[in-house]
Ligand binder design. Sequence first.
Ligand code: CAA
Length: 240
Amino acid sequence: MSRVALVTGGTRGIGAAISRALAAEGHRVAASYHGNEEAARRFREETGIPAYRFDVGDFEACREAVARIEAELGPVDILVNNAGITRDVTFHRMTPEQWRAVIRTNLDSLFNVTRQVIEGMRARGWGRIVNISSINGQKGQFGQTNYSAAKAGVLGFTKALALENAGKGITVNAVAPGYIATDMVMAVREDVRQRIVAQIPVGRLGTPEEVARCVVFLVSEEAGFITGATLTVNGGQYMT
Ligand code: CAA
């Protein structure tokens, strides 16, 4: 069945792979983006998927954008909260701005976007929400107190929201990727990245498509008995 899916941060990296995979399943996809206009333009041209520019850290902007998406595509039945940033630095050097930026984009966004669609999903008696966490929210990561805190918060949010909506036909799950070959991971200093890859038993970085397959599965009709779960996709780097 074709449904409307919103993927935040859906024009680059893991989000773009998720947008493409959901569109390939026959869903009508809306991808959001914030900063990179050029990447969004290329994504639109290549995929034909509409891309909407708004800040997931801004509640009012999310309200307006979701209203527009629903007016243009229809009610959002599938939400993938994927948008995320890093501001890696050891905690003793971290500024309030670096802390706030990551919590705002990676965690506040779950409230800001999900709040816009949850009432509709409850009223219609069907919904799929997938929140992209991270291996570093599960195990902690040197240089990422802000990011690890936000991504661990994503897991708590997922479980609480899953409980509240389990009786309404809505599943809420998390996917926790490990190190995936995206701009975000490639921005890590080469020597640091080499050391990280050496800790991955599968012996390589993951691909965005490998994460996207998990999302496609979790939003399917057949996954209706899976809720509050965390699916880890990390090449064996950390087993939960
Ligand atoms: N564990 C223990 N010690 C560590 C360490 C680790 N994981 N990483 C670094 N150190 C040590 C270093 O060996 C070094 O020690 P010495 O001074 O004795 O040599 C000291 O800590 C300082 O390390 P750096 O030289 O790396 O310090 P820096 O200030 O130049 O850089 C940093 C700090 C920016 C945090 C850098 O270490 C870094 O980029 N780390 C990787 C962070 C990371 O993995 N980010 C993931 C981004 S991708 C992502 O987030 C997606 C996802 O979900 C997986």
